[in-house]
Design a protein around this ligand. Structure first.
Ligand code: PHE
Length: 340
């Protein structure tokens, strides 16, 4: 038995010595140490040994196995190192290689649209300002004249952080912040993320984007609002686009309106996309700033009037670029981004 073991050890060690790859090493391991391996079957035969012999042989067998395992580990490491050395020696970095296969994304169309909108309003004399995505319940609802029982205030519609803070449900709280910190004349826009409890589908997401505008001065009228937005729509989508103002209701504006624009596909002719109406619905919400809002924000409603408007940037991006699934805007998949 003893001889069997020492003989086995010599053979294994010389096999290991000669192994040139990790695969060869693995088959050596299976041959000797595997379930049906030689050493395994020797160990199995130990039951037949006498009580005196058993511990001596057992000890020797363990030594042999340890030795084999140590040698294998060392060999494994040296094969790895040799392979790396070979790679380093054989492969060189070709700085002139054609890298056309490397996929690089591009600016997300949503950010592009957002910047384009800001730039457009800047060119019309508006300041571009920022507001926080987490705001107070007061800025988001109370100071915007929401009645206490308004459905949007419900927990089921809005993401609350605690009783006094929430993820803003629209960009309108930036109006409040701006009026509280600036005196008229005011002409500002603010774009950014907004959040509402909504299930995801092709056109809805609980996180979306809006741009908000506010103008406050002496003598600002509904005519100014209509003219500004009509000009804006023509600048954004083309001179042949028309606007239509439909009465609506927002707590913070009075009167309020929703604005439709000519159908993007048929430009007003009538086609299946617009149900042959020639109009694409609800591009934005707007109205004359409610006197209650002006006074809650420290502006004298007897002296000043104003108009405000807000619109979804995701939707505008989707019609502009012909994107039919809102999720694509947020995935940042390079295959998608590369198209723009
Ligand atoms: N905040 C409104 C919304 O999210 C849009 C709006 C803004 C309407 C400003 C009127 C004036 O639907």
């Amino acid at each position: 038995m003893k001889n069997l073991l020492t003989d086995l050890k010599t053979r294994v060690l010389s096999d290991i010595e000669g192994a040139e790859s990790l695969e060869a090493l693995e088959s050596i391991r299976v041959k000797y140490l595997g379930k049906k391996g030689e050493l395994t079957s020797i160990l199995r035969g130990m039951g037949k040994l006498s009580a005196e012999e058993r511990p001596i042989i057992g000890l020797l067998a363990n030594e042999v196995r340890d030795e084999i395992e140590t040698q294998m580990a060392e060999k494994r490491e040296s094969i790895g190192e040799a392979r790396l050395a070979k790679i380093i020696e054989e492969e060189e970095l070709d700085v002139t290689a054609n890298l056309s296969e490397v996929r690089v994304g591009s600016r997300n169309p949503l950010n592009r649209t957002m910047e384009e909108l800001e730039e457009l309003f800047r060119s019309m004399g508006f300041s571009v300002v920022d507001g926080p995505e987490i705001d107070t319940v007061d800025n988001n609802f109370t100071f915007l004249n929401f009645p206490e029982n308004h459905p949007s205030i419900e927990m089921s519609d809005t993401f609350y952080i605690d009783e006094k803070h929430l993820l803003r449900t629209h960009t309108s709280p930036v109006q409040v912040r701006y009026m509280m910190s600036h005196k008229p004349p005011i002409r500002m826009v603010s774009a950014g993320r907004t959040f509402r409890f909504d299930d995801v589908d092709d056109t809805h997401s609980p996180m979306f984007h809006q741009i908000e505008g506010l103008v406050v001065d002496e003598g600002v009228s509904m005519a100014n609002l209509i003219d500004t937005l009509d000009l804006f729509v023509k600048a954004l989508f083309g001179e042949d686009m028309k606007t239509r103002f439909r009465p609506h209701n927002f707590p913070f504006t009075e009167p309020s309106a929703e604005v439709d624009v000519s159908c993007f596909d048929c430009k007003g002719e009538g086609c299946p996309k617009c149900n042959f109406t020639g109009w694409s619905m609800e591009l934005l919400g707007c109205g004359m700033v409610h006197p209650n809002v002006l006074s809650m924000c420290g502006i004298d409603p007897e002296k000043y009037t104003g108009f405000a408007f807000g619109m979804g940037i995701d939707r505008i991006t989707m019609v502009k670029y012909g994107i039919d699934n809102i999720r694509l805007l947020y995935d940042n998949d390079k295959r998608f981004l590369q198209q723009f």
